[in-house]
Design a protein around this ligand. Sequence first.
Ligand SMILES: *[C@@H]1O[C@H](CO)[C@@H](O)[C@H](O)[C@H]1NC(C)=O
Ligand SMILES: *[C@@H]1O[C@H](CO)[C@@H](O)[C@H](O)[C@H]1NC(C)=O
Ligand SMILES: *[C@@H]1O[C@H](CO)[C@@H](O)[C@H](O)[C@H]1NC(C)=O
Ligand SMILES: *[C@@H]1O[C@H](CO)[C@@H](O)[C@H](O)[C@H]1NC(C)=O
Ligand SMILES: *[C@@H]1O[C@H](CO)[C@@H](O)[C@H](O)[C@H]1NC(C)=O
Ligand SMILES: *[C@@H]1O[C@H](CO)[C@@H](O)[C@H](O)[C@H]1NC(C)=O
Ligand SMILES: *[C@@H]1O[C@H](CO)[C@@H](O)[C@H](O)[C@H]1NC(C)=O
Length: 505
Amino acid sequence: MNPQKHNYNLPTRSNLCKIFAITAFILYIFIIYHHSISSFCNSPLKKPLINKAIASSISPSPSPPSPPPPTNVSHLVFGISGSVNAWRDRKAYFREWWRPNVTRGYIFFDKVPTMDILPWPGINKLPPYRVSENTTKFKVYSRHVKPEVIRIVRTILETFREGDKDVRWYIMGDDDTIFFLDNLVDLLGRYDHTKYFYIGGVSECVKSNFDFSFEMAFGGAGFALSYPLVEALVANIDRCVETYPFYFVSDQILSACIADLGVPLTSEKGFHQIDLVHDISGFLSAHPQAPLISLHHLDIATPIFPTKNRHKSVRNLMTAAKVDQSRLLQQTVCYHKQKSWAFSIAWGYSAYIYEHTIPRSILRRPLETFTPWSLKRRPPDYMFNTRLVNNNSCETPHVFFFRSIKRVISNSNSNNNNNSNSHSNTTTTDEIMMTYTRYKPRQLPPCSPNHSADHITKIRVYSPTTKLDFAENRGECCDVLNHVDGKNTAEVRIRACKKTEIIIV
Ligand SMILES: *[C@@H]1O[C@H](CO)[C@@H](O)[C@H](O)[C@H]1NC(C)=O
Ligand SMILES: *[C@@H]1O[C@H](CO)[C@@H](O)[C@H](O)[C@H]1NC(C)=O
Ligand SMILES: *[C@@H]1O[C@H](CO)[C@@H](O)[C@H](O)[C@H]1NC(C)=O
Ligand SMILES: *[C@@H]1O[C@H](CO)[C@@H](O)[C@H](O)[C@H]1NC(C)=O
Ligand SMILES: *[C@@H]1O[C@H](CO)[C@@H](O)[C@H](O)[C@H]1NC(C)=O
Ligand SMILES: *[C@@H]1O[C@H](CO)[C@@H](O)[C@H](O)[C@H]1NC(C)=O
Ligand SMILES: *[C@@H]1O[C@H](CO)[C@@H](O)[C@H](O)[C@H]1NC(C)=O
């Protein structure tokens, strides 16, 4: 190496000092700058897109705001429109879902309660009741086509006026609406309560939606309004009542009012008006792939469990709901290859065996055991496809209904009897075990000679103890467990589907 070659470049002593000072200064500035930026936005260079959003949302304050705590049942307030005359019969349904000391809300009666429903049970049994404000004083009252609905429309205003704190959502419902609270809380948790939201469901019947509106939440199914929407609504509610004196249903006036505020309906498939009569078991056995939020009109349809009365039927469904609401009514289909049977399970409600491997895409259409509200069939009657009930042995299921449920510890031998590490290391798993029992003999010849399911009297269904995650947006799979020959109990285990698994024979 020749030092001389580089000599011309060597700085003098004083220059060296200058360069050192400047370098140190630049370094200092850089460190300070970099440090402050990274404490602001968690290393901006790694995730530039995300950090841009965070930085702009927090610009004035030095520490990022924590997200609001997750929505829980305490953030909900219910406003129930009730009728004094119907309460005696309806309170049994109401008590099945109301959680004393947990659920917040009020029942608004049409008149002062009569002695037969008094004394009113304390707050630790039922919500407090209120008597709706007398609306005869309103100018519009005399020219309204159905003045009684003004009271029901104003339930939201009267609920809001109670002034509850920390409310994110107001839930409106009738005294015969049954809510599934855990599912409702999870559903609402997926929406931003600081924005304007009107969440509910339309009717099952095309005609009802045509007559009222396809953009209206049907009140019997219940619906949810975010806090800011309720603020806007109550500021205008009396004007809306005056604007729409020709609407004879309160839901119509409310939906018109909300539309005029510029807010659309967010339709969720788990809200059920149940504008269906007679036997609704076909409908409940093929629930859409969405969490069950509400049921209505159960005192009009025949009991949902044919061997029980209406109230005991609801209680039976709630027995399953208490163990796992997320899966309630969710349909799972699997096949027994050798027998050519299809199993369709509606979790916590029914289990069907078909003696034919009907594809899942067809089985998700409800069997039309029911009749539209209008009682007249003039297709298209429903907002969904159905399968007609007939006497075809290959299309008519053997019907079993939910009987009991418990948590069990079982030796996990994997799902298909083929456990790779099957030495003495037996892992035990916590599972839910349900029993479904045959309702009645099918009284049809078998679909094919040696494959009758007539001898099956019970179906045992196992399912995971973890909640079903609807964000996954995929139904579950199942396996038919044992050899069913000679046994009269069939066993099915529900599990997550494998990555590319298709439910096909
Ligand atoms: C619901 O969340 C709030 C915080 O927003 C909390 O104070 C409250 O205790 C929670 N309630 C329940 C029942 O978990
Ligand atoms: C509800 O709360 C009251 C008072 O806080 C208490 O006395 C009552 O036992 C509670 N009821 C239930 C069902 O938890
Ligand atoms: C409302 O007020 C009118 C007139 O004051 C009265 O005739 C009517 O009975 C009241 N209605 C109720 C439900 O109290
Ligand atoms: C099925 O057959 C039974 C008895 O023969 C009859 O009463 C019933 O109406 C039939 N049902 C249908 C849907 O055809
Ligand atoms: C079960 O395991 C055996 C060997 O351990 C293997 O040959 C067979 O293919 C497996 N069956 C299934 C259905 O995975
Ligand atoms: C079972 O396997 C796990 C994990 O391999 C191990 O930690 C555990 O000790 C085993 N238990 C027995 C009883 O062999
Ligand atoms: C049904 O079973 C009988 C005897 O068990 C046998 O002879 C017959 O071939 C079987 N039929 C079919 C279609 O498998």
